[in-house]
Design a protein around this ligand. Structure first.
Ligand code: NAI
Ligand code: MG
Length: 501
């Protein structure tokens, strides 16, 4: 079923995609109960890359059963925190040792340039696992002095425990397939949860390969279950399942709301990392040498398929022409091609659906009066390529300014009064990220304080670290990924009170 193996493809990857990939349930690789498989495509060519077992409600049922048993009865809960941490660290080591292979897999399945997958996606995932491995032994409660006014004279010893929330369902997207799996698995495992992970149907391969490393590292059976399949079937079944204690989701705001509804049956805990339409503010006193390439990479990194993409570029009037032309020049010079070609700086979009969504936004922008000073069109007729695009003559009420495009399309707009920029920057239903470029340190921090976003970058963009919490204000989500904040997503507090006198 695999593609004709080109000599370019890493040999282990060629082997991996040759046979239909199975799903991981209770430590075993199994076919779907229905026997169905689904194709995953190479976005650079539109050809089928591999066949994958198609999980649905029945497979989710089995996976949840395994995760439930592993949580309630398995050796996992009896392990020390140190043992759990060592397993996660071992997984990080194994992943790092396979950097080359995972880079290829990610590039083939998602379309991103191989060099970027190897330099960013894989090392960030490795680092996240190491950071979370360290947390396993540091998840602590408190001792609390209590007074209890209605029991005069009595004495109590009161303390809290941070306990794992239980079985975690995790539904992830296709823009950073491996990294999103790491962001989800790392903290859940550090906290002692068991997991059913559903990768995106567009990009299931790296999570499945990671599942093999999970078993090689020695995690007990049932602790990590991976069920590939479609959102409407497998994803929805996981979100609604009564034996799942917590659901963590990254993806569209639209589906985030469906997840919330699905979770009401058993009121499972919910964390969401959703869309964005992040403002990127360039003041006239910015160092333009760094602001121009910074603004370009804010939108073009990962082909604009980033929830935190700097898609609304606000530029102070005196420097508008210079910045916008600089970003457009940058866009025109980007080498767009197959992710495996070493010359490529930007690959294809992930899917035909995403290509038509992005092209639909371009048409809508043009019909409402926007103009492209770079790009503006689909590129070529094979694969899902679109030109890096800079739109001007846009207004705040246009769809291209209000809605998440999730492609390499930036709207550039001038502002004249620094007072006007904050309400405009905050004029969005989203609040995931924002950035400000200026050499005035006071202005930078005042602006940062007033931007309603979960992350604000000053004189930089797209800086991520396992230690830095990430997540959304407003309709960009609930809860935080990474940092110590994420431990709140996977633990709950138990208060214990003992009468000692
Ligand atoms: P999506 O939200 O439909 O997909 C994300 C994940 O949710 C996938 O694993 C999918 O199978 C699953 N899913 C879909 N429907 C579900 C349901 N009813 N119940 C449970 N799980 C479900 O996103 P899609 O359709 O791939 O992309 C649409 C738009 O969403 C993009 O254009 C972009 O604007 C946004 N998006 C945002 C992402 C982010 O990182 N915040 C990532 C991917 C997409
Ligand atoms: Mg969808």
């Amino acid at each position: 079923m695999g593609i004709a193996v080109s000599p370019q493809i890493h040999p282990q990857v060629a082997d991996f995609i040759e046979k239909p990939r199975k799903m991981l349930i209770n430590g075993k690789w199994v076919s779907s109960i229905s026997g169905k498989t689904f194709p995953t495509y190479n976005p650079a060519t539109g050809e089928v890359l591999a066949q994958v077992a198609e999980g649905d409600r029945q497979d989710i049922e089995e996976a949840v059963k395994a995760a439930r048993k592993a949580f309630d009865q398995g050796p996992w809960r009896r392990m020390t925190a140190s043992e759990r941490g060592r397993l996660i660290w071992k997984l990080a080591d194994l992943l790092e040792a396979h950097t080359e292979e995972f880079g290829y897999l990610e590039s083939l399945d998602n379309g991103k340039p191989l060099a970027i997958a190897k330099a960013a996606d894989v090392p960030l995932a490795v680092d996240l696992f190491r950071y979370m491995a360290g947390w396993a032994t540091k998840i602590e409660g408190n001792t609390i002095p209590i007074s209890v006014p209605y029991t005069p004279g009595a004495k109590y010893l009161a303390y809290t425990l941070r306990e794992p929330v239980g079985v975690a369902g995790q539904v992830i997207p296709w823009n950073f397939p491996l990294l999103m799996a790491a962001w989800k698995l790392g903290p859940a495992l550090a906290c002692g949860c068991t997991v059913v992970l559903k990768p995106a149907e567009q990009t299931p391969l790296s999570a499945l390969r990671l599942g093999e490393l999970v078993m090689e590292a020695g995690f007990p059976e049932g602790v990590v279950n991976i069920v590939p399949g479609y959102g409407e079937t497998a994803g929805a079944a996981l979100a609604a399942h009564p034996d799942v204690d917590k659901i963590a989701f990254t993806g569209s705001t639209e589906v985030g709301k469906l997840i919330v509804h699905a979770a009401t049956g058993n009121l499972k805990k919910v964390s969401l990392e959703l869309g964005g339409k992040s403002p990127n503010v360039v003041y006239k006193d910015a160092d333009l040498e760094s602001a121009i390439p910074g603004a370009a990479s804010a939108i073009f990194f990962n082909h604009g398929q980033c929830c935190c993409a700097g898609s609304r570029l606000y530029i102070e009037k005196p420097v508008f022409d210079r910045v916008v032309e600089g970003v457009a020049d940058y866009a025109k010079k980007i080498n767009v091609g197959s992710g495996l070609d070493p010359q490529t700086e930007m690959g294809p979009l992930v899917s035909a659906e995403q290509l038509s969504r992005v092209c639909g936004y371009l048409e809508s922008g043009f019909s409402e009066g926007a103009t492209a000073i770079a790009g503006g069109h689909k590129k070529g007729d094979k694969g899902y390529f679109v030109e890096p695009t800079v739109l001007v003559n846009t207004r705040e009420d246009m769809k291209v300014v209000q809605e998440e495009i999730f492609g390499p399309v930036v709207t550039a707009m001038p502002f004249s009064d620094p007072e006007e920029i904050l309400p405009r920057a905050n004029n969005s239903e989203y609040g995931l990220a924002a950035a400000v470029w200026t050499q005035d340190i006071g202005k930078a921090h005042r602006t940062a304080e007033h931007l309603r976003a979960g992350t604000v970058w000053i004189n930089c963009y797209n800086i991520f670290d396992a230690a830095l919490p990430f997540g959304g204000y407003k309709q960009s989500g609930w809860g935080r990924e990474m940092g110590h904040d994420v431990l709140n997503n996977y633990t709950q507090t138990k208060a214990i009170c003992t009468k000692i006198a």
